[in-house]
Design a protein around this ligand. Structure first.
Ligand SMILES: NC(=O)c1ccc[n+]([C@@H]2O[C@H](COP(=O)([O-])OP(=O)(O)OC[C@H]3O[C@@H](n4cnc5c(N)ncnc54)[C@H](OP(=O)(O)O)[C@@H]3O)[C@@H](O)[C@H]2O)c1
Length: 342
């Protein structure tokens, strides 16, 4: 019998991408999808590309074995907490259970966390870091899109203690990263033919990046400058990360940087160390994270480029990877599709 899955808030980009990917999952049946404004409509009426999924969008979730929440932050915790109480396993794509310190929520997300005790039990759902905890988790906090690319790029450097604490993460995201809700910045005339930096005073994903870097190596107190940019494309995040190599590790970085990355991600189905600098298009529609590590010998700096599809490895695909781990399915189930090209 197939696992019964439900999507809370199917009507956003993350929710609709989950529906698209779950449709071809061999062990899962999507049985329930919810929405607010679109409740009562057929899924295909809102998303013609999902015409093969014969479901009506409802206001409340039906009985499921696994619930995915693709709600905005704050609203997500409100719908998830009753489900967790009922013993339903949940994967939250919002930020509501990613940060371990409840005091971070008023500072970064403008709300007081309703259940600090639950934060402790939630598992940060980056499979490459927390696979065994995810397998047992009742509630998985799916990572943010920017943190996914940045953390996978930086982890080997941090784990191996190769770098000083000053780290720069320079990221470029496609417009779907800001969601389907209409906004002036995502307006065609504002976003096309232009690239702009934003959140220079501190983006919400920064505390998540710092939290997880500290977990990788407790000896490192990272000092991270993270500057996101909006770029006129639909999907994808490219992050270029810079960190100075410690004086006594320069020789290792010069000769073995790529090997260190290959060893760190050995056996990982979705992380690829590339020979050429990757482009976001090489990840479109797939769950891959492409990483290209380079040592800049002129300055003794590691320059690490990562690319993901923000809606797949940065959201829905990673959520399905987490579900696969939680229910003992092959980790690639439902995620076998190669990137779309051209
Ligand atoms: N986009 C990404 O790349 C990405 C990546 C990782 C994580 N996420 C996270 O995934 C979640 C969904 O993001 P998204 O990009 O899919 O958002 P989105 O496209 O902007 O979602 C918009 C949908 O959310 C509904 N909505 C807005 N506020 C609501 C509320 N208070 N209660 C119920 N429904 C509400 C809207 O419904 P109405 O039509 O009724 O207004 C609309 O259908 C967010 O927490 C986001 O941070 C997104």
């Amino acid at each position: 019998m197939k696992l019964k899955a439900g999507i809370i808030n199917v009507t956003g980009y993350a929710g609709s991408e989950l529906a698209r990917l779950l449709y071809s999952h061999p062990q899962v049946e999507l049985v329930s999808v919810t929405g607010r404004g679109a409740a009562g409509q057929k899924l295909t009426a809102v998303f013609p590309h999902l015409a093969d999924i014969d479901l009506t969008i409802t206001a409340e979730l039906d009985k499921v074995d696994i619930a995915f929440s693709a709600m905005p932050h704050k609203a997500s915790a409100e719908v998830i907490l009753p489900l967790v109480k009922q013993g339903i396993r949940v994967i939250d794509i919002s930020a509501d259970f990613r940060l371990k310190d409840a005091a971070e929520y008023p500072a970064w997300y403008d709300f007081t966390h309703p259940a600090p005790a639950v934060l402790k039990d939630a598992v940060y759902g980056l499979p490459e870091f927390h696979r065994s905890a995810i397998a047992k988790a009742k509630l998985v906090a799916n990572p943010g899109c920017y943190p996914t690319g940045a953390l996978l790029a930086l982890a080997p450097l941090v784990k191996e203690g190769l770098i000083y604490p000053d780290i720069i993460v320079d990221s470029k995201s496609g417009v779907s990263g800001s969601g389907r809700t209409l906004s002036l910045t995502a307006h065609y005339c504002e976003a096309s033919d232009s690239v702009s930096a934003y959140s220079l005073k501190g983006h919400r994903h920064l505390p998540e990046i710092v939290q997880e870097l500290k977990n990788i190596n407790t000896a490192l107190i990272p000092s991270v400058i993270f500057v996101p940019h909006l770029i006129p494309m639909t999907r994808g995040i490219l992050s270029t990360c810079y960190a100075k190599i410690k004086e006594d590790r320069l020789a290792v970085a010069r000769s073995e940087l790529k090997k260190i990355y290959q060893n760190y991600y050995k056996g990982e189905a979705f992380v690829r160390i590339t020979d050429q600098p990757p482009g976001t298009k090489q990840t479109w529609g797939s769950n891959f994270c492409l990483i290209h590590p380079v040592f800049d010998s002129r300055t003794g700096t590691a320059v690490i480029i990562s690319c993901i599809d923000n809606l797949v490895k940065g959201a829905a695909g990673q959520a399905i990877q987490n579900m696969n781990i939680m229910f003992g399915f092959p980790e690639k189930a439902g995620l076998e599709a190669l990137p779309v090209y051209p």
